[in-house]
Ligand binder design. Sequence first.
Ligand SMILES: C[S@@+](CC[C@H](N)C(=O)[O-])C[C@H]1O[C@@H](n2cnc3c(N)ncnc32)[C@H](O)[C@@H]1O
Ligand code: SF4
Length: 336
Amino acid sequence: MLDDNYSRPLKDLRISVTDRCNFRCTYCMPLDEYEWIHKKEILTFEEIARIARIGIGFGVEKIRLTGGEPLVRQDLPVLIDKLAALNGLEDLCLTTNGALLSERIHALKAAGLKRINISIDTLDPNKFKRMTKRGDLSKVIDGIFAAKQAGLTPIKLNAVIERGVNDDDIIPLVEYAREHGFAMRFIEYMDVGNANNWTSAKLVPKKEIIEKINARYPLREGGRDQGSAPSVDYEFIDGRGDIGVIASVTEPFCGSCTRMRLTADGKFVTCLFSQVGHDVKALLRGGASDDEIRAFLASIWQKRTDRYSVERLEAMNSANYDPKSHRKIEMISLGG
Ligand SMILES: C[S@@+](CC[C@H](N)C(=O)[O-])C[C@H]1O[C@@H](n2cnc3c(N)ncnc32)[C@H](O)[C@@H]1O
Ligand code: SF4
């Protein structure tokens, strides 16, 4: 076990396999062009699997593959196969926008993927196009049902809720998930990256999301999975499934955050809102031993003091929060 400066153990690793994406969601990656990480700077699958193995040695139980859009990385099943074979890993998951899922699902499943999170912010095809700029809702729905047919479980659907944009989609999404046996996860709109022009006026707080759902489909709070998951989960009292809300803005969970991130170009990042990463690729490519990499990882985690969301809430409550004053690493490169 490896504890940070606030006694938080390292338990999860989020790996961004690419910074590229086939969508341009307005809340995440609103610009048409970005300065992409050069191909040779992207970690190979062998390098990623080595880091994962070392992390598991320190207590990492869960790995999530993300991006950017992980399915645009070629041969991703090869990485899944390597990670699924690691001793001691309890959970391997993928977060995707679903656009390429129907064509990749069999290879992903055969490689060892058991569960998946798919992002879908609205069921209205025109709004979906406006929100993702390049997305086609019907392809995502095909992907969701391909995952269901392939037997992946649970299938969680993620929706970022933005006021005035898709807050009227909360109930339709809940009904869709209940009807088809998916678990909806609503995400408070966050000030990730530097380009989405986030303001607190665009945020729909967890309390409001839950009140809206509870008024139509009564809920019972179940808490956080294992006490440290980002999502606070609720069951429908009628027994037809569950929903969750990730309330990083209004109910920060920094105190129980056990996540380390690995960027596509090989940097350890200790918080989604970090301003800097710690380059492990130089060690990987410079011939470092496992012990040297272990020592590097341990020194970063042990010094970790991040509690950005708690500080943001304090600043928001005192009305002096300016998201632009804190320059962050873009979410696409550090893995949302
Ligand atoms: C960065 S994406 C990467 C994986 C994949 N491309 C996808 O969209 O699922 C991971 C998650 O972050 C969420 N996300 C992106 N920008 C966000 C923001 N500004 N606030 C809250 N969640 C956000 C997405 O909706 C998605 O569920
Ligand atoms: S949320 Fe996912 S799909 Fe949308 S732009 Fe970001 S990385 Fe791409």
